[in-house]
Design a protein around this ligand. Structure first.
Ligand SMILES: O=C(CO)COP(=O)(O)O
Length: 271
């Protein structure tokens, strides 16, 4: 388990930016440079809050070069990976290639992959395992659509995804996992789940991990919230006990806004 020096946090908070299909490799470098400068000006302490970006595949080589060249503390990952390691899989990207480009993380099962690309839990389970084969930490995305939420089945639905996507995963791998709760109805809609919604789900996921494995494993897993996060709502969500970080879409494309989210601690009201 990672430990944090932050007051409420037992785990080092992770603020992650998912650029989705935005930013070509030239724009991506400019954005990353701006983010690094802004955080450096603000003397951001990366050991207190980890910062990750998920650029498109075509930006990853440039990202690696910049991170290495400037010795940046920002870490990065791919937005998806193949369940296979190599072979005749046109258009797919192996976890091995991501690892070679210095990726630490990989998104698995983002709702846009589940819906637009029809990715099943069986496939996502294979992708989670592929990530670990290449020493990448999966950021497994789970969450319900609007109809499921309105029917009140959101917790059962999301836990079902967690169980299916983690089936057969060893406890020491599970302990390093990151799970992002991203209610589909809150993604890109401006509709943000309330802090208590985020806490309810993150607590349920942690309890499920404890059931599947044990308390120590559950205590190590970092749980993020994603869906219309902005600097203005970040701190209130992160105040919740089981929320260990944020997965940010649109707002991560603006270096100043994203840096403000990363610096959420400065907006935390200490009580
Ligand atoms: O899908 C998301 C991050 O993976 C959330 O996107 P938005 O922050 O744009 O709502």
């Amino acid at each position: 388990m990672t430990t944090s020096t932050n007051g409420k946090f037992d785990r080092t908070p992770l603020i992650a930016g998912n650029w989705k299909m935005n930013m070509d490799h030239v724009q991506g470098i400019t954005l990353l440079q701006k983010l690094a400068w802004t955080l450096s000006d603000a003397r951001h302490d990366y050991s207190r809050t980890e910062v990750a970006v998920f650029p498109p595949f075509t930006d990853l080589r440039g990202t690696q070069t910049l991170v290495r060249g400037d010795d940046l503390k920002i870490v990065y990952g791919g937005q998806d990976l193949s369940q296979f390691d190599s072979g005749a899989y046109t258009g797919d990207i192996s976890g091995q290639f991501l690892a070679k480009l210095g990726c630490s993380y990989v998104l698995v099962g983002h709702s846009e992959r589940r819906t637009i690309h029809g990715e099943s839990d069986e496939l996502l389970n294979a992708k989670v395992k592929a990530a670990y084969r290449h020493s990448l930490v999966p950021v497994l995305c789970v969450g319900e659509g609007l109809e499921v939420r309105q029917a009140g089945n959101h917790v059962a639905h999301t836990l079902e995804q967690v169980r299916a996507d983690l089936a057969g995963l060893a406890a020491d791998d599970a302990a390093r996992l990151v799970i992002a709760y991203e209610p589909v109805w809150a993604i890109g809609t401006g509709e943000v789940a309330g802090p208590l919604d985020a806490q309810e789900m993150c607590a349920a996921i942690r309890a499920e991990i404890a059931d599947l494995y044990d308390d120590a494993t559950a205590a190590g897993v970092r749980l993020l919230y994603g869906g219309s996060v902005k600097a203005a709502n970040a701190a209130s969500i992160l105040k919740e006990r089981d929320v260990d970080g944020l997965l940010v879409g649109g707002a991560s494309l603006d270096a100043a806004e994203f840096a403000n989210i990363v610096r959420f601690e400065h907006h935390l009201v200490t009580d």
